[in-house]
Structures are given as C-alpha cells and as structure tokens.
Design a protein around this ligand. Structure first.
Ligand SMILES: *Cc1c(COP(=O)(O)O)cnc(C)c1O
Length: 394
C-alpha cells in the first residue's frame, strides 16, 4: 500500500463541491486538544459565523460532528417523541428521508406529496395543517438537491407558525447559495451541510434551533433515543462560558476547515454569494438552452446551485458522465429515483460556482454529446454564455 493521491477533479455534481484551497490549508494546521482554550475560542467563533450565515440570533446554533443526514436526524430525534404527529412535505428524495426519520422516532408522518421537479404546494400544506391540528411540526426541504427545485421556505414557515406548529427546514443545499433568513422567516429548526454551497469538506452539519424549538426539547418527557445527537447533552459541550464538559471529541481539523469556509463567506458577503450563484446559473442555462437542451424545472423555481437538465432522447446519460470524468476530470450528477436516466444534475456550488466552470462544463458537455452522436446544436453554447457574461454582471 502507498499514500493515496486523489485525482484533481472539478466537482459540479450535487456535492461535495470543489473545496477552496484556503480551507484545505486551514485543515492542515496542527491539531490541538478539543478542550484547549484556543479551541474553545474557535468554537465560539464558529457559532457566531454560523449565526451570520443562517441570519439568526438563535443561541443553539452549532455544527453537528457528522454529515447533513446527521443534522436531519438530530432535528427529528430532539423535537419528536413517540406518538407525535409530523407533517412532511415531499417533492424529491430528501422529503422521503424525513419521513423515515419521523417514523423511526415512533412518530406519525402525514405526507404532503408533490411531483418531483415541482415545489412544495402551499395550499396542500395548509390543508394538511387544517386537517391535523395536533401536528407538532411541518417539515420540508428548502433546496431539493435531487430535482433542483427551490420551495417557498418563507411561506411554509409562516403557515406553520399560523397553525402553532414548529417549522423544520432542510437547508443542506440552500445555505450560502440562495436566500435563507432563519429569524425573519420564523424557521424553528434548520440543518445544513458543509460540502454543498459552503465548499468545505463533507462531514459536518450546521444546525440551528429557535427558542420555541429549544422549549420543545426542554419539555420532553422521554429521553432522546440517540445519545450522540441529544441536544441537551451537546448544549453543555457547545454552550457558552468556560464550563464546557466533554461530550465527544470534536473533529478538530474539520472545524478549522468550517471556520475558514465561513470566514470566506463573510468576506464575500452572504448576499453577494447568493447573487454570484444566480449569475453563473443564468449563464449556464443560456448555454445549455442554446445547445438545445431543456431544463427540468420551471424558471421561477430553479435552484441556481443545482441545475437539472433533461437528457436528450437516445443518449445514455451514464456514458456521457463517464466520458466527462475521463476526458475532462469533470464530475456532474445523475438523476435519482423517478428521474434516474432522465436528467443530469449540474452543481454550481460555492467555490465551484464561477465563470471558468460554467464554460468548461458547456464545452465539455457539447463535445461529449456530439461525439456520442446526440442531436444538439453545435457551436452555440459558448457563444451564448460569453454574450451573457459580456452584458450582465452579478
Ligand atoms: C446532501 C443532502 C443531504 C444529506 O447530506 P449528507 O451530508 O450527504 O448526509 C440532505 N438533504 C439535502 C437536501 C441534501 O442535498
């Protein structure tokens, strides 16, 4: 066995996204003890930076030491007890995982289904809330990475509030990529991931709980069934003040990386980051459409950071992805579930969301599709994207 040296890829799939070299550098700094006073200072800074990124003053804002799925699980195991009822909106893969989580908590999931590729329908959510006044929470995915759809988090959180329900938001792909205003929109529990628009390494899940959600956790009559994800215990580890008690060993160097990712986001400015994602998304779409490809999602609901584009008829989508990886070291994503074989998912997340990658992806995709004999327009995509960039600025 020898040291592992990964190839240099360009990551334009559904995550992980290209990691900023500054983050990798930060992670290679010396490991210190997780109860070292300097590390405790770092933890406080990470909490403050996460509050800025989530736009919240929630005290209980911290990164769970595990990937986005653990953040999801942390939210459900802490808020739900056996026999509780939760309304779960599903319009893709991740709503289905929420249902799994609710049921594994011994709670009842009332499902609100929408087609994959469509946003969550507020009328259907409202009807479910009326029909189930005993529901404890309304859960939904802000940015459905499986389809590239953005749902109306502000509207859904307001609906939940109006029915005295907690709102639970999956913001794994939305944080840092599109507008998310946890306090202003009245979101009660939100979880995200490090490896999408934050462009950090995978394996950390920022979460935030409102005071109402914290009350709900404190009022539990049963212990949280997961010891590791029990926020009552994690609060003592991540809580403020000098009396921090050992819970688990924080992933010290991974947290250097998250800190750097959040510093980079602050330097750019959150709103500027949202604008950058939208700008390059528009250039990509102009190019894809000029090539003759069609987007899956209606324009009003498209996520800038995740572009689902239809595979032309007769084209083997997996062969194209394999050729992109082999010839261009470029990774894009495949369709999931009902969209398997029908779409590609092109990510423009965080550090990977830039002009060079848009142009690389358009030229590589065109070249590869033409070589496969696909019926597309040659020579138009790059011209269209260049024309867009010449006229528009973020
Ligand atoms: C990626 C993703 C997750 C899961 O995150 P992991 O870090 O892979 O566990 C959950 N929800 C959405 C919307 C995602 O895109």
């Amino acid at each position: 066995m020898q040291s592992f040296h990964p190839p240099q890829r360009t990551l334009m799939g559904p995550g992980p996204s290209d990691v900023d070299p500054r983050i990798l550098q930060a992670m290679s700094r010396p490991t210190i003890g997780h109860l070292d006073p300097r590390f405790i200072d770092l933890m406080d800074e990470i909490k403050a930076l996460l509050q800025l990124a989530f736009k919240t003053s929630n005290q209980l804002t911290l990164p769970v030491s595990a990937p986005g799925s653990a953040g999801m699980e942390a939210v459900f195991v802490n808020l739900l007890q056996r026999g509780d009822k939760a309304i779960v909106c599903q319009n893709g893969v991740f709503g289905g995982r929420m249902k799994e989580n609710v049921e594994r908590c011994g709670a009842i999931a009332v499902m609100v289904q929408d087609d994959w590729g469509k946003p969550v329908d507020l009328n259907k959510a409202d009807t479910a809330l009326r029909e189930h006044p005993d529901a404890k929470l309304l859960a939904f995915v802000h940015a459905e990475t499986s389809t590239g759809v953005c749902s109306d988090t502000r509207g859904l959180a307001a609906l939940a509030r109006a029915h005295d329900c907690l709102s639970v938001v999956d913001a794994v792909t939305s944080l840092g990529g599109v507008a998310l205003e946890v306090d202003q929109w009245g979101v009660d529990a939100v979880y995200s991931g490090s490896q999408k628009c934050l462009s950090c390494v995978p394996g950390l899940s920022p979460v935030s709980f409102s005071d109402r959600a914290v009350q709900c956790i404190r009022n539990r009559t049963e212990k949280v069934q997961s010891w590791f994800l029990d926020m009552n215990l994690i609060m003592d580890y991540w809580g403020s003040g000098t009396r921090r008690s050992y819970h688990h060993t924080a992933p010290v160097n991974a947290l250097y990386g998250l800190h750097e990712a959040l510093v980079i986001l602050e330097e750019e400015g959150l709103e500027n980051a949202w604008a950058r994602h939208l700008h390059h998304h528009k250039a990509l779409v102009v190019g894809l459409e000029a090539m003759g490809l069609a987007m899956l999602v209606e324009e009003a609901f498209r996520l800038p950071q995740l572009n689902a584009v239809r595979v032309p008829t007769g084209v083997d989508e997996a062969l194209i992805r394999a050729a992109l990886l082999r010839d261009y070291s470029l990774e894009i994503g495949s369709g999931l579930g009902t969209l398997a074989g029908k779409v590609w998912r092109i990510g423009l997340m965080g550090h990977a969301c830039n002009r060079r990658n848009v142009l690389l992806c358009l030229s590589a995709l065109e070249d590869t599709l033409l070589a496969a004999g696909a019926d597309i327009h040659a020579g138009r995509a790059l011209k269209a994207a260049h024309a867009f960039y010449a006229l528009k600025h973020p």
